[in-house]
Ligand binder design. Structure first.
Ligand code: AHR
Length: 314
């Protein structure tokens, strides 16, 4: 019975209309994206789509809606379609080995974008093209400690639990803050990188500790923008009564800095499309590529936000 159904499945795969659809002459690449949780992510998706179109690549796009299980399914589908390469922006850091082994067995190179993973075998991916999230957290903490004269109480809005930017931005921030014994993190909680959750968690923080909260560190701008709304609704002035710093440097953050409600943002470049396809050319040509292609990021403050905003591409 079991043998029969396996034979039936194999026969179905051999039927003419069941072959994977490939555009002749075009390089086909599968892209498994986290979702659309933030303005940053939307900018990254556009950058990768635009770069693929410019190169004439047939890009098979899959939105995982924040679920690793959907990404694993998408990778399996890309493998069965016989794509030339896979671009993966992983939701979380762990749990990738089995599916990446399947891609490796099919000789399909995997390029990681914007978030890293933890694997015991580095050959499971060709390269990671991303920012250094630990450094971003360190930059935010150093700026905040200087702004507060080394004294004060901060609440932290963390990104998606288990995601590399949430883990590393926390690590960098706490490491750097240890150098300033007068600085204290009152509370930390995940707000999943979204504006709605940023507002919700900030409301709870203010309800519990309104008189103690002097600053907010958000792992991305969207959560900071939600927190700003919560601070305003609580009758306080964000940017003055409560200092707000976040990461990404999206347009909305510059608008908030111009208004004076956000104090600073650390850039995290989402415009990774050109680097992805340049690196992919090297990988497919069998040339060596570095294991980590690092983006250059910097911190922006209110003082120059009005001029900076005109130069921002996302
Ligand atoms: O992985 C990058 C992070 O993911 C961005 O900082 C955040 O906005 C996004 O959702």
């Amino acid at each position: 019975m079991k043998k029969l159904s396996i034979l039936a499945a194999l026969a179905a795969l051999a039927l003419p209309g069941c072959e994977p659809k490939k555009e002749p002459g075009k390089l086909s690449v599968g892209f498994s994206q986290v979702g659309a949780e933030s303005a940053w992510r939307t900018a990254e998706t556009k950058s990768i789509r635009d770069a693929a179109a410019k190169k004439g690549v047939d890009l098979k796009f899959s939105d995982a809606q924040g679920k690793q299980a959907n990404q694993i399914m998408a990778i399996r589908s890309f493998v069965s379609q016989g794509v030339s390469a896979i671009v993966l922006a992983p939701v979380v850091e762990t749990g990738w080995e089995p599916v990446l082994r399947e891609a490796k067995a099919a000789k399909i190179p995997v390029i990681l974008v914007d978030r890293g993973i933890k694997v015991s075998d580095d050959s499971l991916y060709a390269t990671l093209i991303a920012s250094d999230f630990v450094e971003e957290g360190q930059m935010a903490a150093a700026w905040l400690a200087a702004k507060m004269g080394g004294q004060g109480s901060v609440v932290e809005l963390e990104g998606t639990t288990g995601a590399a930017p949430a883990i590393d931005r926390k690590k960098g921030f706490h490491e750097e803050l240890k150098k300033h014994p007068g600085m204290k993190v009152l509370k930390s909680q995940s707000a999943d990188f979204t504006r709605a959750k940023g507002k919700e968690v900030m409301e709870a923080f203010l309800k519990a500790d309104r008189d103690k909260v002097q600053a907010v560190y958000a792992h991305n701008d969207d959560m900071a923008l939600g927190a700003i709304q919560a601070i305003e609704e609580a009758g306080l002035k964000p940017g003055k009564d409560v200092i707000v710093i976040s990461i990404d440097a999206v347009k909305g953050a510059f608008e908030a800095m111009v208004k004076g409600t956000l104090n600073a943002t650390v850039e995290c470049n989402p415009l990774l499309g050109p680097a992805v396809f340049e690196t992919l050319d090297q990988v497919l040509a069998g040339k060596p590529v570095p294991k980590f292609v690092k983006s250059k990021d910097r911190l922006f403050e209110q003082a120059t936000a009005a001029q900076d905003i005109a130069t921002r591409e996302y």
